[in-house]
Ligand binder design. Structure first.
Ligand code: HEM
Length: 469
């Protein structure tokens, strides 16, 4: 059809399932887009899918036609784990989502609140540095992956629930891993409703139900603890996100009554959306810097020059570290934590001369856009310098760099995320000199990715540290 963007041939029945649904689909789609162009059509079984792979087209759908491209495809696993779309991330686009988004923006993710978590971030980063110092004294290697995952977890759980998960930590970790797998599994019922029994036979439905129930018990317990202790009346503790959500239950100005299910659904978004993405950014940044020792040195000189012998980089100082911030942007350009953003059209739309029908699934390939040779010089190279004296930022206005998405559905947690990522990275660079473990060179460092929702480094990043200060 000449009205439709071009694309690779679809197979009978499954369509382009093999290209769209595999552990590195962002890479296979990026390669296909080099042949078929920045707007490409495929089929997921019988459903049409539009893949967007250039900054110019991302701007068309996230700015010019944002109101048409702001729905999300509705899939079984997401609906189940989001209490049937009572959350923000998977809610159907419409008045409910708008109100929920407003509530979250005003009450949960505003910049005042992001700032109020500063003491939590600073004390947890400091705690992590202490642990690493312990390993240094014992001449032990540092598992950066583990250190950063544990940091991201603790910070998000303290921000959200006001406490660590404590004894539940490993159980919550396992639940999160399982949720990630369930989010990215292929459900026959999503594409062939009449064959839904297949998902029962494979055990997926049972696993989904179990994961949902276990998370539900966990949220319920934490909610009860918050209510029982009358915590919100204690003035010596800063309000966590759950306190903020609980207060909304009796707010007459809201367009709907906030129930425990709404609250649990939003908690799910934060727990699954925030922790891993934050951690991945720091781990990849350290990996890139280890592979590029001159850039590592430059980043370390910047932070050490600024902070001197004070011993810790605080959040005011972070704002001065333009090279370190450029390292974060460059990392997110090359290894965006969420390489593909799913959207769906709500109406027919003309796009670049093509007709895109309503209810088309849209995949914005953030990974491909970050490597678009039309906008990025030496696109494959890790070069933070490209962001020095550049106005390109991560706030969703520069469509060549959209690791947090853009438009009305953009990530609302961007300030909370960057605050954690930058503080952790700056302190790792300031406090230690990093080397490969004995007998290894930086060429042995791989960039392999684990299949899943977040683009995680597959093999743990283990390094030797020498204390600088
Ligand atoms: C480095 C860390 C993070 C990255 C890379 C990231 C990335 C993203 C992306 C790409 C989207 C989809 C945006 C779109 O459709 O245009 C998104 C949505 C979302 N993110 Fe994040 N995120 C991060 C951290 C966080 C944090 C810390 C929170 C909460 C505290 C959060 C909460 C959400 C929510 C609730 C949505 C759904 C918004 C909606 O559909 O209206 N994220 N995120």
């Amino acid at each position: 059809d000449p009205h439709f963007p071009p694309g690779p041939r679809a197979l009978p029945f499954i369509g382009n399932l093999h290209q769209l649904h595999n552990s590195a689909s962002y890479i296979s789609l990026w390669k296909l887009s080099q042949k078929y162009g920045p707007l490409m059509s495929l089929r997921m079984c019988f459903e049409p899918v539009l893949v967007v792979s250039s900054a110019k087209m991302a701007k068309e759908i996230m700015k010019t036609h944002d109101h048409i491209f702001s729905a999300r495809p509705s899939k079984l696993s997401q609906q189940k784990l989001s209490y049937n779309g009572l959350d923000l991330a998977f809610a159907a686009y419409g008045s409910y989502w708008k109100e929920m988004r407003k509530i979250c923006k005003v009450h949960l993710f505003n910049s005042n609140r992001a700032r109020s978590f500063r003491p939590i971030r600073e004390s947890e980063v400091s705690h992590m540095l202490g642990e690493i110092c312990g390993l240094v004294s014992a001449s032990q290697p540092v598992d950066i992956t583990e250190a950063i995952m544990s940091l991201a977890n603790t910070i998000i759980s303290k921000i959200t629930f006001g406490q660590r998960y404590k004894e539940e930590n490993s159980r919550i970790q396992a639940l999160l891993r399982e949720a990630e797998t369930l989010f990215t599994s292929f459900y026959v019922s999503d594409y062939f409703p009449l064959l839904g029994f297949v998902d029962k036979l494979t055990g997926l439905i049972h696993r989904l139900e179990k994961n949902f129930q276990e998370f539900d018990i966990f949220y319920e317990k934490i909610i009860q603890e918050h209510l029982d202790y009358g915590r919100s009346e204690l003035d010596d503790h800063s309000e966590d996100i759950l306190d903020g959500l609980l207060k909304l239950r009796n707010d007459p100005s809201l367009k709907f009554q906030v129930t425990f299910s709404h609250i649990k659904a939003v908690l799910m978004n934060i727990v699954t959306g925030a922790t891993d993405n934050n951690a991945a950014a720091v781990i990849w940044a350290m990996t890139f810097l280890m592979k590029n020792p001159t850039k590592m040195k430059k980043a370390q000189e910047e932070v050490r020059g600024l902070v001197g012998n004070k011993g810790f980089v605080n959040e005011d100082e972070i704002q001065e570290l333009s090279y370190m911030k450029a390292v974060v942007k460059e990392t997110m350009r090359l290894q965006p934590a969420l390489p593909i953003i799913p959207r769906e059209t709500t109406e027919d739309c003309n796009l670049d001369g093509f007709k895109i029908p309503a209810k088309t699934t849209v995949y914005v390939n953030v990974y491909a856009i970050g490597r678009d040779p039309q906008v990025w010089e030496n696109a494959q190279e890790f070069c933070p310098e490209r962001f020095i004296n550049s106005s390109v930022d991560l706030k969703g206005q520069n469509f060549e760099l959209i690791p947090f998405g853009g438009g009305r559905r953009m990530c609302p947690g961007v300030s909370i995320a960057l605050a954690t990522v930058e503080l952790a990275l700056a302190n790792l660079l300031y406090k230690f000199d990093w080397e490969m473990p004995f007998g290894m060179s930086n060429e042995d460092l791989d960039m392999e990715v684990v299949p899943g929702l977040t683009m995680h480094k597959k093999n743990a990043l283990c390094l030797m540290a020498k204390q600088y200060i």
